[in-house]
Design a protein around this ligand. Structure first.
Ligand code: SAM
Ligand code: SF4
Length: 434
């Protein structure tokens, strides 16, 4: 009798997290019971990330843990996602512990792969070119927020980025299944929907009959769900129509995650980002004019090949100018298959580390100053879970994290803000809503 307990671990972006919800859904439909530790599992699935070398190494570390367990008993290990897609069969050669490799799409075939590997006691790499969009049942991690895929893959080919190679070209999903999924989430009690894609505002470019992102966003807002979020937007594809919807639909949250990557035009051109700093700022200013209290967040890369101190200072100047709510910054990491891997990674590791520190320090200072402005104000919060040190944690409409006394998970409440840190706000519930 083959055991049917599955443990899934995930690394990487929200798309990967959401794909693991699908993976959990297909395994459940195939009769598997989810467990939360390798030691309890008959099947272990790793949904890995390749975006930086470090992300890759974390997965390799965990393969070692399964290897240990395999010395004691029979466990089947599948490794996939972007990591499986890019490395394919070579992972089988490199790690004896891996029984099968799966890719970044077609996750509905994973239960069959498990059966195949177990029945024939052979190892397989099953990762054809990424295609379509997985329409799978989900086991959602959150009852409060539903993630809904609107595009898969990316056609941007930023010079440093492996995503287009690991996930294939951008494929837009038809509006009907998207809207059906939002309605279903609403019926199941979700209060918030997060529309997902590597470049959401390019939605429909491959399928003009699906309409634009702005039209889709308006339709999703029209379902009446209390909050609509979306990520990630690309500055090159930002349109006035999207700004119109952000400004006019009350349930579209006042948060724009707009990765800048660098504050230097020369580096942006090298990165193939398709905009200048001026254009980026034009977008930020235009949205801020229309949406009061908009929180802008970003991704930055430091130490890109050829980045001088002068170039880096431009990135620091951008941080000062925009005053981001939060910044996700990383040291440049050369990735296989990308264009920039062919260019010498010439910024020393110590300089990358020092630049990253400077970005984080500056950002922390700005975030603290911005967050302090909320003290004494009332903020509407949707509570998502228990806070680590007591109380309940949730998010304000503008994506700021709020820890409060007296909050109830899954509910909205007006919170009086009493404290601010570099990472968020704290306070007490005044009135519960709904
Ligand atoms: N599609 C989104 C975008 O365009 O910003 C994000 C996709 S990527 C998975 C998330 C972030 O990882 C990027 O915004 C970038 O800052 C970072 N990233 C991607 N490739 C990287 C690399 N080779 N080295 C360091 N950071 C990288
Ligand atoms: Fe990568 Fe650029 Fe596509 Fe984002 S837009 S996923 S950074 S290639």
């Amino acid at each position: 009798m083959i055991g049917k307990r599955v443990h899934i671990e995930t690394w990487g972006c929200q798309m990967n997290i959401h794909q693991s919800e699908g993976l959990a859904g297909v395994m459940l439909a195939a009769g598997y019971e989810p467990v939360d530790r390798i030691e309890l599992a008959d099947v272990v699935l790793f949904n890995g990330c390749m975006v930086r070398q470090k992300a890759e190494e974390k997965v390799y570390g965990r393969i070692g843990a399964v290897m240990e367990e395999k010395r004691r008993r029979d466990v089947t290990l599948g490794v996939g996602g972007c990591l499986g897609q890019v490395h394919g069969e070579s992972l089988l050669k490199r790690f004896d512990a891996i029984d099968f490799v799966f890719g970044s799409s077609g996750h509905d075939s994973v239960p069959d792969l498990v059966e195949r590997v177990r029945a024939r006691a052979s190892r397989v790499a099953a990762c054809g070119p990424p295609s379509g969009i997985d329409e799978t049942p989900f086991v959602r991690r959150s009852a409060v927020q539903a993630m809904v895929t609107i595009t898969e893959g990316c056609s941007n080919y930023c010079s440093y980025c492996i995503v287009p190679h690991a996930r294939g070209p951008m494929r837009s999903r038809a509006p009907e299944p998207i809207l059906r999924e939002v309605e279903a989430a609403l019926d199941a009690g979700a209060s918030e929907v997060l529309l997902l894609g590597q470049n959401v505002n390019a939605y429909g470019r491959d399928r003009p009959e699906y309409g634009t992102f702005a039209a889709l966003l308006a339709r999703v807002a029209g379902t009446g769900i209390r909050r609509v979020r979306f990520t990630t937007s690309h500055p090159r594809d930002m349109t006035d129509e999207v700004i119109d919807v952000l400004a006019s639909a009350e349930n579209v949250c006042r948060h724009l995650h707009l990765p800048a990557q660098s504050g230097c035009d020369r580096i942006l051109a090298e990165m193939n980002r398709g905009y200048t700093v001026d254009r980026y700022l034009e977008i930020v200013d235009a949205v801020r004019r229309r949406v009061e209290g908009l929180n802008v967040t970003t991704d930055l890369i430091v130490g890109y090949p050829g980045e001088t101190e002068e170039d880096f200072r431009r990135t620091m100047a951008l941080i000062d100018r925009v005053r981001y709510g939060s910044v996700f910054a990383a040291k440049y990491s050369p990735r296989p298959l990308t264009r920039s891997v062919r260019v010498e990674d010439d910024v020393p590791e110590s300089v990358k580390g020092e630049r990253l520190e400077r970005v984080l320090l500056r950002q922390r200072r700005i975030a603290l100053e911005e967050n302090r402005r909320f003290i004494g104000r009332e903020v509407e919060v949707l509570f998502e879970g228990a806070a680590r040190n007591g109380g309940t944690v949730g998010r304000a409409d503008d994506h700021r994290t709020v820890v409060a006394r007296g909050g109830t998970i899954g509910q909205f409440a007006a919170v009086r803000i009493e404290g601010a840190t570099t990472s968020g706000l704290s306070g007490a519930v005044l009135i519960h809503q709904r």
